[in-house]
Design a protein around this ligand. Sequence first.
Ligand code: NAP
Length: 298
Amino acid sequence: MKFIVSGGTGFIGRQLVDLLLAQGHYVGVYSRQPGKAARNAVATYLWDPLGVAPPDDSIHDMDAVLHLAGETVAQRWDPASKERIRASRVEGTRRLVDVISRVRHKPRVLVCASAIGFYGDRGNEILDETSAPGKGFLVDVCRAWESEADRAARVGVRVVKIRIGFVLGRNGGALAKLAPIFRLGVGGRLGSGKQWMPWVHAQDVARMFIFAAENEVSGVLNGVAPNPVTNREFTSALASAVHRPAIFPVPGFALRLAAGELGKHMLDSARVIPAAAQRAGFQFSYPDIQPALIEAAG
Ligand SMILES: NC(=O)c1ccc[n+]([C@@H]2O[C@H](COP(=O)([O-])OP(=O)(O)OC[C@H]3O[C@@H](n4cnc5c(N)ncnc54)[C@H](OP(=O)(O)O)[C@@H]3O)[C@@H](O)[C@H]2O)c1
């Protein structure tokens, strides 16, 4: 198949592009700095989701568009960074779908990233793809991002949105920051540690994007492993993966002090399960936290 991937230079996107190439697919990659993507992609296209529409010829004749681009959420939030987080996703997706709508040879499918941030802070409630959204900034971003993607369905394109959890993998994501702290033996749970953390291994989330493109699924898939853990369980699994104790809990007020508004969300609880992906027959390579962390951080 012929794929065009936005965010193909990022943490998840690099693994996704490598997997597509290994499976023998044609791959194009968007980047704000196309030279960065030339390393492993067949074709690279200049696209800044914050500024302009992607070029028509990047989408014309493609079988599938895999859309992951977006300003990182893991930064101190202020009005300007929140606007970049929102606009790079909501307006970026609008621009992408506008081009999908006008090219003559349209892709059959758009697989768009979203996030478990859709569900907000929900305690012990079990959340599947039919659960209602929560409340807050990230919830609003995810809802608007998904509804821009849904516009592609009006021109006959199959649309899948993958609500991604905390992605665990080598060379990026939250583990790149957490694992070194745990290796020093100074890691610990966040706040009470009772909050649910929907996690997923990077290889599984990359495989889920390809699964969504290749199979007749549509709508939302939760991109999380089938066995979510509490932050306390995650902490002890990570400590064990790096063979260190985890005895220094980080109090909630310290997180809020260090990371501001984002710090508050780091204590959110969302017990998300991948009901739709499992119903559709997706098989996880890493369903359990300990083997996932040994692979990603051990
Ligand atoms: N990693 C996670 O745990 C996680 C969890 C939930 C959801 N997600 C979602 O999955 C997607 C990919 O995540 P990731 O962890 O792979 O992200 P990442 O490593 O930060 O990569 C972001 C990608 O977006 C592109 N991009 C386009 N416009 C951007 C802008 N204004 N600012 C920053 N980057 C921009 C970048 O490409 P160029 O620099 O080449 O232009 C880069 O390839 C994101 O939309 C993210 O919200 C990730």
